[in-house]
Design a protein around this ligand. Structure first.
Ligand SMILES: [Zn+2]
Length: 201
């Protein structure tokens, strides 16, 4: 992989869109320094970002990693060469994090429940029960924090209104209501708040 070429191509695509490094960074939730590192060829954007850039710039991930727009024939030559290994690796990591967060959630819930139930069963004095309840709330909050930290980077979310894929900020992520596979987030593209589906790749 030619990092310099990829970086140059990324800069070129951004300029075609009339975006500054600042504006692009803001749109996809990274700093302008990060954008600059990608464009200087120092770092490769992570696969989630490549997906976002590929949507934004209307080129394939394949083309991003080739550092040029590819004709159909050349496209086939490059196809799968780059993407597969990294995508599979990332996907596995994401799944591991998700599994870990489910375990943390289970342990947290069990711990909190057993504290509350035992304090009720043991006919403890009121002050002790209150301490138990406060303590279990602390455990639950800590557990939620750990789960968020584990899953915020795992995969991207897809806006149901415009199809935009994005990585939410930690603040939005924690604040958003959620189910197992969906989370209420504000889409950075169309600005609508809605339940966005989680995508692992
Ligand atoms: Zn949207």
């Amino acid at each position: 992989m030619d990092m310099q070429k990829i970086g140059y191509f990324l800069a070129e695509l951004r300029k075609e869109k009339n975006l500054t490094q600042d504006e692009l960074g803001e749109q996809i939730g990274v700093t302008n320094k990060t954008v600059s590192r990608w464009e200087n060829g120092n770092y490769l954007p992570p696969v989630e970002i490549l997906q976002i850039l590929s949507n934004l710039y209307n080129v394939s991930i394949n083309e991003l990693l080739s550092g040029e727009r590819l004709s159909d024939e050349r496209y086939k030559e490059h196809a799968e060469e780059y993407i597969t290994v990294d995508l599979i690796k990332k996907n596995k990591t994401a799944k591991k994090y998700l599994a870990a967060s489910v375990i943390v959630a289970l342990i947290t819930t069990l711990a909190a429940l057993s504290i509350i139930i035992s304090s009720a069963l043991l006919a403890a004095p009121v002050w002790l029960r209150i301490i138990c309840i406060v303590f279990s709330i602390v455990i639950v909050v800590a557990g939620i924090g750990v789960c968020c930290a584990l899953t915020v980077d795992a995969g991207v979310y897809e806006c149901p209104n415009c199809g935009e894929k994005f990585v939410p900020s930690m603040k939005d992520f924690i604040g958003g209501m959620h189910t197992l596979t969906k989370r209420k987030l504000k889409c950075p593209k169309c600005g609508k708040k809605s339940f966005c589906k989680k995508r692992l790749s």
